[in-house]
Write a protein that binds this ligand. Structure first.
Ligand SMILES: [Zn+2]
Ligand SMILES: [Zn+2]
Length: 282
């Protein structure tokens, strides 16, 4: 069985661990938090960070990458040297990743799907699913998301018949994402903002436009629609992710998902990823 440890989620920093609870082997998705927070939340999750065998980078934005260097140095002291996986376009756009590449193995994935930003998304979808990866005993299927990054991905993670779906940082649900998130047991789905709060909130107009655009972030309503379309007998828990601290509230995102499940008469549990504390599900 897979476990998901959301160490942090939100615009100030993201990091999530997918752990195979039977073997203890794990992958880390993104690392945009400090070494102190990373180590503290792994300890709180009762998870040994030395068991991380690979780090997957969704995209180059600093809330997903700025802690990579310090955390890798911390892991090296524990004798762990996980490979880092990023799309070539992500590597080309990320200073922290380029610095890491000087001392660490940075391997590419989804090479055929680079340029998934504004110009390239149509091409990426036509080229089909990016290559699958085998890491830490898991099969990992990256899929293209829709975000204002050089390239951006979510992941479907399969292990011994168990499945986790993971998607943040996407302005719309791409057809590739919708396909990849079918029939998962644990679902981590972006639920970034309440559209009305965003509209009335403090951000400059261009930033509001960016967040609400199809290359921004999923609103509560968009996430709920997608959740409703992904309900299956297998789904046991859903986590609302990348919740904005300015344009949303944790309770509002939780309520939105809970209401969607109640309306559809589905018994999956609802939780959310927090900026400042751990959530573990599995
Ligand atoms: Zn982000
Ligand atoms: Zn982003």
């Amino acid at each position: 069985m897979l476990r998901l440890h959301i160490l942090a989620s939100g615009s100030r920093g993201n990091a999530s661990v997918i752990e195979d609870a039977d073997t203890g082997r794990a992958v880390l998705i993104d690392c945009g938090i400090s070494k102190k927070d990373f180590m503290a939340r792994c300890a709180e999750a009762d998870f040994d960070p030395a068991r991380i065998e690979a780090i997957l980078v969704t995209h180059e934005h600093t809330d997903h990458t700025k802690g990579l260097g310090v955390v890798l140095r911390g892991l090296a002291k524990l004798d762990a040297r996980p490979d880092v996986f990023a799309n070539p376009a992500t590597l080309a756009a990320s200073k922290p990743l380029q610095e890491i590449a000087e001392t660490h193995r940075v391997l590419s994935f989804g090479a055929d799907a680079s340029g998934t930003g504004k110009a390239g998304i149509g091409i990426a979808q036509k080229s089909g699913r990016p290559t699958e990866l085998e890491l830490a005993g898991m099969r990992i299927f990256p899929f293209v998301t829709s975000h204002d990054a050089a390239a951006s991905f979510g992941f479907r993670i399969e292990c011994d018949g168990d499945v986790v779906g993971f998607m943040t940082d996407s302005g719309i649900v791409t057809p590739a994402a919708h396909d990849a998130l079918q029939d998962v047991r644990l679902l981590a789905l972006e639920c970034n903002h309440d559209s009305k709060m965003l509209e009335r909130g403090p951000y400059p107009y261009v930033v509001k436009q960016r967040i609400a655009s199809e290359f921004g972030h999923l609103s509560n309503a968009q996430a709920s629609d997608e959740l409703a379309s992904l309900l299956s007998n297998r789904l046991e828990a859903v986590a609302a992710m990348h919740i904005s601290e300015n344009n949303n509230e944790y309770d509002l995102a939780l309520k939105t998902f809970a209401e969607t499940l109640a309306r559809e008469n589905h018994s999956a549990r609802v939780c959310c990823g927090y900026q400042g504390r751990l959530t573990s599900i599995g």
